[in-house]
Design a protein around this ligand. Structure first.
Ligand SMILES: Cc1cc2nc3c(=O)[nH]c(=O)nc-3n(C[C@H](O)[C@H](O)[C@H](O)COP(=O)(O)OP(=O)(O)OC[C@H]3O[C@@H](n4cnc5c(N)ncnc54)[C@H](O)[C@@H]3O)c2cc1C
Length: 406
């Protein structure tokens, strides 16, 4: 804090995906009014900045909760993101492929305008990076590869491949699920394969999506159809089809017409026929959780700390909660004039974030196993449970509020 020489920073954030870019943006905003002056921040990203394509939907989308949307508002980027393209969803319909269990959630039941928003990753990151470019307190190194890390008496150090050295009081690892920082600093993880791959793509359907998120649970994995809105045209969905690896490989290899037919069948024609499909991508799914998120001067956030099954669309939302809490703890440290890399500060962040992250991961694992289970008794109970829950409004409404982060 206070005056720093040109290559010295209060915080170095590595990774400008949704979580790292939001971290840099939030810190820049919140520190504008610090008595000691704004925090000096470096943001390092290996890949060129993504460009939002107005013509085509990004195959990578995230269903953002209201809590995450509010955070984006505080970052000053919600309006800019919405001006590019966001798709509010008003309802959610979840059903079991192996029975009659079905549950519907509707925003009107809890007097909200929507349940959440489907946001294209590139739209959000582009808005965040534009906002960051206007902040004098953030230096962006992009695209820039990191050659080495070190710990010096000037703090944590990073050497970029072009020979530039950066020094920071705190290094925030937002470098994603395969975090090189996590590996370099020997953070231990607990991880296991789901044995699933997620096929992601954009489809066009015969019937409009009704601004509803559709999710069908099959024993081989869940299929989600997330409604996309293009200037009032509601015939597109982003799909996340999690499948056992061998099945996913077979589906990716199909030609477009065969794939559309398979997907129409798998979605039980909930939106009629699938009539068009864009390029398909297959993403291996692996659950991973760092045993610790912090060591002195280094902190993991977002997928670098935890990556979870996308079946409930919570990964990015958890990451946004991470950075919200970390920013609060940083503000607290500045107020008390404590070194930002001090373990006591970082441990407070870890204590506040671990329980929710672990609970969400456990819930996702439970869902996955519950719907993969084949014994008739389990199937019966699962279907009965869903249908019963669907009839109990107070519990259902409470569930919606929790899912929205309200
Ligand atoms: C199929 C699928 C669907 C999903 N749907 C949802 C959803 O609906 N809702 C939701 O909340 N979440 C969802 N998620 C999860 C969500 O996508 C992730 O949690 C989120 O993208 C993680 O963001 P991140 O910034 O932590 O990591 P990433 O998005 O992986 O970003 C990491 C960044 O770091 C950069 N980087 C990596 N290494 C270096 C390095 N050494 N130096 C510099 N830069 C580096 C990368 O280039 C990248 O830009 C989904 C995930 C999947 C796979």
């Amino acid at each position: 804090m206070g005056r720093k020489s040109s290559n010295q920073y209060d915080v170095i954030v590595v990774g400008a995906g949704m979580i790292g870019a939001a971290m840099a943006c939030l810190l820049a905003k919140q520190s504008r009014d610090y008595q000691s002056g704004p925090l000096k921040i470096a943001l390092v990203e290996a890949r060129p900045a993504p460009e939002f394509d107005t013509e085509r939907f990004d195959p990578r989308v995230a269903a953002l909760t209201e809590k995450s949307r509010q955070l984006m508002e505080r970052c000053g980027v919600w309006d800019a993101t919405a001006a590019k393209r966001v798709s509010p969803y008003l309802a959610m319909e979840v059903w079991d492929a192996e029975g009659t269990g079905r549950i519907q959630f509707d925003c009107h039941d809890i007097h909200q305008p929507c349940l959440g928003h489907i946001v294209e990753n590139s739209a959000l990151v582009e808005a965040l990076l534009t906002e960051i470019a206007e902040a004098d307190s953030v230096d962006m190194f992009c695209p820039s590869l990191i050659a080495d890390y070190g710990n010096t008496d000037q703090g944590i150090s990073i050497e970029l491949q072009d020979g530039t050295h950066l020094f920071g009081d705190l290094l925030v690892a937002a470098d994603g699920a395969n975090s090189a920082i996590r590996k370099h600093f020997n953070f231990e993880t607990v991880e296991w394969e789901y044995g699933h791959q997620a096929i992601v793509t954009t489809i066009r359907t015969e019937q409009p999506n009704q601004q509803t998120a559709w999710q069908r649970f099959m024993p081989t994995g869940p299929l989600a159809l997330l409604p996309l809105n293009n200037q009032g045209d509601q015939h597109h969905c982003s799909i996340v089809w999690s499948q056992k690896i061998e099945l996913a490989e077979g589906l990716v290899a199909l030609d477009d017409q065969q794939f559309c037919a398979e997907l129409s069948r798998a979605s039980e024609h909930c939106l009629g026929q699938v009539v068009e499909v864009e390029q398909r991508f297959s993403i291996p799914l692996r659950q991973r959780h760092a045993k610790d998120y912090v060591i002195p001067r280094v902190v993991l956030v977002g997928d670098a700390a935890h990556s979870i099954h996308p079946l409930a669309g919570q990964g990015a939302n958890l990451g946004f909660s991470d950075i919200d809490v970390l920013a609060e703890e940083i503000a607290r440290a500045v107020e008390r004039d404590i070194d930002l890399g001090d373990l006591s500060i970082l441990k407070r962040y870890q204590r506040r974030r671990k329980p929710e992250n672990l609970a969400t991961m456990a819930a996702m694992e439970g869902f996955k196993r519950l719907f993969a289970a084949d014994p008739p008794a389990v199937r019966l109970l699962r279907n009965l449970g869903m249908s019963t829950l669907n009839e109990i409004s107070p519990i259902k409404n409470q569930l919606i509020k929790i899912a929205m982060g309200l």
